[in-house]
Design a protein around this ligand. Structure first.
Ligand code: PEP
Ligand code: MG
Length: 570
């Protein structure tokens, strides 16, 4: 039995077998071959193995995934069977006397580059298929087969280096009981996804992919951040008891689902949910969210290798708005970059992707993609209380430019006779220190702020949210952050605007008293945190929390602030 300490990323306890989702190293060494015929045979054997693998995956996928997701594997089988690919690889082996691995890599790269250059969406999609199939073929040639998460057919805990949001989206939620990763922090997107899926998770376990063998038993505690490999009987017993306790606690909280969040002195705040798509709506309702404070639309762009059309987006936004039945829905425009990538957009390789072409910066470079999203949103605006929010705004010019594009699309739609809401609010995320400091000026032009503490903290402390080495600098309770938050809220209120928070801080127990005292109007969080925050806030007095917050912003360190708050809520 080995115990590993990581960072608690998503509440809950899980006990299940390990499933290692680790990509093998597929580096190819080019060598000259004499026996061309046996090299071709080797290639044919890898093709056969790949075809069998795709068939099995397709069968499993048709049971576990949606028809659309499963259809991807049909496309892969077609690419594999394409005689053009086979002929070119074999010709290369024969004519250049190179090994099959190198021949495949070179031919596949040429095909991919050719298809990617074409304007037609259909061919761009084929480029992605060729990439996938040739990677699988190459893995089989090298004798290092790829893991196949679609084949999971029993309860497992996923062990991985990191889980990208698109990996996570492909997992079967009914069978994945938890996950543990080498890297990441509480605010990495894999952790955020785990919370919205209610899958217990521990991140930053450093070497977990090496420590665990496939099939090991794992006990995982996403509350404390511990992972036990091959636990003994005692440990299994104590984890099982803790799991039952956690389930009972969640049942108890359910009693607050239909209640308003009102303090002991009568002050009402809104507790709303962060969602990644319409799939998260049942969770938002079950947990008593009073609206949606952040719809991270980028997950819509991860559904397939293609960009979502205006029509597809319109349908999703409409569905979310109608489902929320007149309650506010804040939709954030595309925020790709940093730790989020999508197949359909080629991002430049950058030294520091979190500081690079991300979110609106990317949208300004790919204006057609941005305009498509804005049109879909505007068309959907008549179906509920839509609020549009721009991410990663650093300067007023950026806000004006984004809003300008929105107004241009609105004018076009109106000219086409399409109805658009007149009460649509347009706001920004405050997640870059420059915008937080200048909030008083921004407040004159925006309808609302939503503070994105995940990024605001990483940028204020210059500490990458993905790096466990600097995770001690994720300091939501540092007085520097509290002062920025206070300035943002005060600036909004001075101009008669509202201020919310959609970073993970809004859902943290210790933050609630402080944010209440600082005057936050709207708290947006993973739906699973709503009821616990409601229970806490209902027992607090706003006036007393104002005194507490005032003391906190005058502290010197995070530790002093935490001690102050713990005194209040103990
Ligand atoms: C944030 O930065 O706090 C935020 C809510 O956005 P994201 O986590 O998607 O970057
Ligand atoms: Mg952010």
């Amino acid at each position: 039995m080995t115990m590993i300490k990581g960072i608690a990323a998503s509440n809950g306890i899980a006990i299940a077998k390990a499933y290692k989702l680790v990509m093998p190293d597929l580096t190819v060494t080019k060598v000259t071959v004499e026996d061309v015929e046996s090299e071709i045979k080797r290639y044919e054997a890898a093709m056969e193995q790949t075809a069998k693998e795709l068939e099995t995956i397709k069968e499993a996928a048709s049971k576990n995934l949606s028809a659309e997701e499963a259809a991807v594997f049909d496309a892969h089988a077609l690419v594999l069977a394409d005689p053009e690919l086979k002929t070119q690889v074999e010709d290369k082996i024969k004519n250049e006397k190179v090994n099959a691995d190198a021949a495949l890599e070179e031919v596949a790269n040429t095909f991919v580059a050719m298809f990617e250059m074409m304007d037609d969406e259909y061919f761009k999609e084929r480029a992605a298929d060729i990439k996938d199939v040739s990677r699988r073929l190459l893995a089989n040639l090298l004798g290092k087969p790829l893991p196949n998460p679609a084949l999971i057919d029993e309860e497992v805990i996923i062990i991985a280096d990191d889980l990208t949001p698109s990996d996570t989206a492909q997992l079967n939620k009914n069978l994945v009981r938890g996950f543990a990763t080498n890297i990441g922090g509480r605010t990495s997107h894999s952790a955020i996804m785990a919370r919205s899926l209610e899958i217990p998770a521990v991140v930053a376990c450093k070497t977990i992919t090496e420590d665990v063998k496939a099939g090991d038993m794992i006990a995982l505690d996403g509350i404390e951040g511990t992972v036990v490999i091959n636990p003994d009987e005692e440990t299994v017993k104590s984890y099982t008891a803790k799991r039952d306790e956690f389930i009972a606690y969640k049942e108890e909280l359910k009693k607050l689902v239909n209640e308003k969040t009102v303090t002991t002195d009568g002050h009402h705040v809104e507790l709303v949910a962060n969602i990644g798509g319409a799939n998260d709506l049942p969770g938002a309702h079950e947990n008593g969210a009073e609206g949606v404070g952040l719809f991270r639309t980028e997950f819509l762009y991860m559904e397939s290798a293609d960009l979502p059309t205006e029509e597809r987006q319109y349908e999703v936004y409409k569905e979310v708005l109608e489902n929320m039945n007149g309650k506010p829905v804040v939709v954030r425009t595309l925020d790709i970059g940093g730790d989020k990538k999508i197949e359909a957009i080629d991002l430049p390789e950058e030294m520091n992707p979190f500081l690079g072409v991300r979110a609106v910066r990317l949208c300004f470079q790919k204006e057609d993609i941005f305009r498509t999203q804005l049109r879909a949103l505007l068309r959907a605006s008549v179906h509920g209380d839509l609020r549009i929010m721009f991410p990663m705004i650093a300067t007023l010019q950026e806000f004006r430019k984004a809003k300008g594009l929105l107004l241009e699309e609105k004018e076009k739609l109106v000219a086409e006779g399409v109805k658009v809401s007149d009460t649509l609010q347009v706001g920004i995320m405050i997640e870059i220190p420059a915008a937080a400091v200048l909030a008083d000026q921004f407040a004159k032009e925006v309808d609302f702020f939503s503070i994105g503490t995940n990024d605001l903290i990483q940028y204020t402390f210059a500490a990458d949210r993905m790096s466990s080495g600097v995770s001690y600098l994720y300091q939501p309770f540092n007085p520097s952050i509290l002062r920025l938050v206070k300035h943002v809220i005060d600036s909004a209120h001075k101009e008669g605007k509202w201020a919310g928070m959609c970073g993970e801080m809004a859902g943290e127990t210790l933050a609630a008293p402080l944010l209440l005292g600082l005057g936050l109007d709207e708290f947006s969080m993973s739906a699973t945190s709503v009821l616990a925050q409601r229970k806490l806030i209902k027992n607090l007095s706003k006036a007393e929390m104002e005194v507490l917050a005032n003391k906190a912003i005058n502290c010197c360190t995070m530790e002093e602030v935490v001690a102050l708050v713990e005194e209040v809520i103990k």
